[in-house]
Design a protein around this ligand. Structure first.
Ligand code: CTP
Ligand code: MG
Length: 232
């Protein structure tokens, strides 16, 4: 079957507090978005790639990816799920419902090639698909909700995992799941949650914990360090 790549890159990076959206900040002189896209496209796995951009985006033309014939763009939406759905709809003319789609955050440039191939190899025979994830390492506290926060209890973390991207599902099933969740106003923070709401059971594939999502300013230096380590 064929593989498509969807990269939501339409966010404004509020928590980064930078002049431009965080996907256009630089890691070792390259846009974060270019680092992310080249790591995925270098795998040679994908038949095509759709990047969802913000309607106010002024930076995309300066990216290396803008000159890459494998890369197409569409306009994203208000929330991440809207951007992913817009990209899936933009692919509908070229892709079949049975094709696989991998959705990967523009803001996760440290995805290791081994994790990508392990995800695909683990799920390619699976009927539903799944995502990269890692067991929670910290002890987790539940609060009562008041101020100052007081501990209500310690949560059993033995069955809790952190959800990463890429998330890999059948294109048609994911498009229907996202559309139906958005219509019903359900809280979809990733593709898996949309699939779960629609009754599917995604599989977790354990990934490296250095697959961080660049979110706050300190993550920039961390990502440069992690990338240099992976290369070395
Ligand atoms: N994203 C998107 N469309 C949106 C919101 C987010 O395509 N409406 C993308 C971001 O560009 C990012 C990924 O989804 O690559 C993960 O989202 P997040 O890390 O939350 O990025 P932002 O929403 O840009 O950051 P913030 O939440 O701090 O504003
Ligand atoms: Mg966000």
């Amino acid at each position: 079957s064929r593989f498509w790549l969807v990269v939501p890159a339409a966010g404004i990076g509020q928590r980064m507090r930078s002049e431009c959206p965080k996907q256009y900040l630089k890691l070792h002189q390259r846009f974060i978005l270019d680092v992310t896209l080249s790591r995925l496209l270098d795998s040679g796995l994908f038949d095509g790639c759709m990047v969802a951009l913000n309607p106010r985006d002024r930076w995309w033309p300066d990216s290396v990816a803008a000159g890459d014939e494998r890369v197409q763009t569409c306009t994203g939406g208000a929330e991440r799920a809207d951007s992913v759905l817009a990209a899936l709809q933009a692919l509908a003319g070229q892709a079949a419902d049975e094709d696989w789609v991998l959705v990967h955050d523009a803001a996760r440039p440290c995805l290791h090639p081994h994790d990508l191939s392990n995800l695909v190899d683990s799920l390619v025979e699976h009927p539903v698909g799944g995502l990269l994830a890692a067991p929670v390492a910290d002890t987790l506290k539940q609060t009562g909700g008041g101020q100052p926060p007081e501990v209500d209890s310690t949560v059993d973390r033995s069955r809790l995992w952190r959800a990463f991207t890429p998330q890999m599902f059948r294109l048609g099933a994911l498009r229907c799941a996202l559309a139906s969740c958005l219509e019903r106003g359900l809280p979809v923070t990733d593709e898996s949650s949309a699939m779960e709401f629609s009754g599917y059971t995604p599989v977790l594939v354990e990934g490296r914990s250095d697959n961080i999502k660049i979110t706050v300013p300190a993550d920039l230096a961390l990502a440069e360090f992690l990338l240099a380590q992976q290369d070395g």
